[in-house]
Design a binder for this molecule. Structure first.
Ligand code: ATP
Length: 310
């Protein structure tokens, strides 16, 4: 299988800020690839380099086998890009926006209708409505249609689900899964760690550095410490006590419980419970849990900040 994207030693700085440091990654054709990272991690910078809107300071980049500097025109005609902020014409209707993007790419909505039919059918009832008057979820769907209308080989989506409600978020990912089966390579950035598990592979970025790149299962396998879900009546105190426990590797709030990782190879729930009770905590419950992708990201972030097990 060919590579849709290949980066080696890519660097980008803005003044004193290193937005990307020594990035090496490859994305296979047909992959659904996630770029996961918090605000400021470098996701937007990376996507802008891939869609030829920014030039890297150093390193080698290839997009669809082409050079983003010398062959930016060819790349632009073969990619679909959805920026993080709403970029459509708010004064044009749904239908007019779509026709506009089709015309810019020398095609027609009819020519590639099959590709967008699923998504566009949900927008059809609002086709004469101005884009600016659509709900957040509907705006995202229209932006996706506009990015797809010329049947790109590579789709670059910058935080498409940020600020979108949970139902629209799920629907959006279902759309991406369907698009992948149509042979389109998709790179999608997100600050939501739970979305990582929906990708074929993910790259995890922190402060411009790549901390891990693997399948969701591969990332999860990096977490090897004994892990427990712990509850008690006073959650804040529980967190403090767990962090202060002499064997603690880490403890962080996780939904309604606290996930506690122990730095020893083997640790027992009974011992941790007894310790917390001896510290005066009430209604303590401790049970072993399997690490998920979010646990691994939390651990990688901690190591990335130099707070790893020392
Ligand atoms: N044009 C610019 N001028 C100066 N600094 C910039 C510029 N663009 C990005 N940065 C800085 O580079 C770093 C990476 O930013 P980037 O936008 O790529 O991160 P991100 O992961 O996309 O996060 P966000 O969700 O906030 O967009 C940040 O520290 C940001 O402030």
């Amino acid at each position: 299988m060919g590579k849709a994207i290949s980066l080696e030693g890519v660097e980008k700085s803005f003044g004193a800020v290193s937005a990307l440091r020594n990035i090496a990654l490859g994305v296979d054709e047909g992959e659904l690839f996630g770029l996961i990272g918090a605000d400021g991690a470098g996701k937007t910078t990376l996507i802008r380099i891939l869609c030829t809107l920014l030039v890297a300071d150093h390193g080698k980049a290839e997009v669809l086998g082409l050079d983003p500097v010398k062959e930016y025109r060819s790349i632009r005609s073969r990619i679909g890009y959805m920026p993080g902020t709403f970029s459509l014409y708010e004064d044009l209707s749904v239908e007019e926006n779509l026709r506009f993007f089709a015309t810019v790419f020398n095609t027609t909505v009819e020519e590639n209708y099959e590709l967008i039919r699923d998504i566009y059918s949900q927008l059809e009832p609002f086709r004469t409505r101005r884009a600016g008057k659509l709900s957040g979820g509907m705006k995202q769907k229209l932006a996706l249609c506009c990015a797809l209308v010329h049947r790109p080989d590579l789709l670059l989506l910058d935080e498409p689900t940020t600020g979108v409600d949970a139902v629209s978020r799920r629907e959006f990912w279902e759309m991406l899964q369907r698009l992948r089966t149509q042979g389109i390579t998709i790179v999608v950035s997100t600050p939501y760690m739970d979305e990582a598990s929906l990708c074929d592979r993910v790259a995890f970025l922190q402060e411009g550095s790549l901390l891990a790149i693997d399948t969701p299962e591969g990332v999860t396998a990096l977490f090897t410490a004994p892990l427990f879900a712990v509850r008690a009546r006073e959650k804040h105190r529980l967190l403090r006590e767990l962090r202060g426990f002499e064997h603690a590797l880490s403890a962080y709030a996780f939904g309604s419980s606290v996930h506690y990782a122990d730095r020893r190879a083997i640790a027992s729930a009974g011992e941790i419970k007894a310790h917390l009770q001896s510290r005066g905590l009430q209604d303590v419950m401790v049970e072993p849990v399997r690490p998920g992708i979010e646990d691994t990201f939390m651990a990688l972030m901690k190591q990335g900040r130099g707070e790893g097990d020392d």
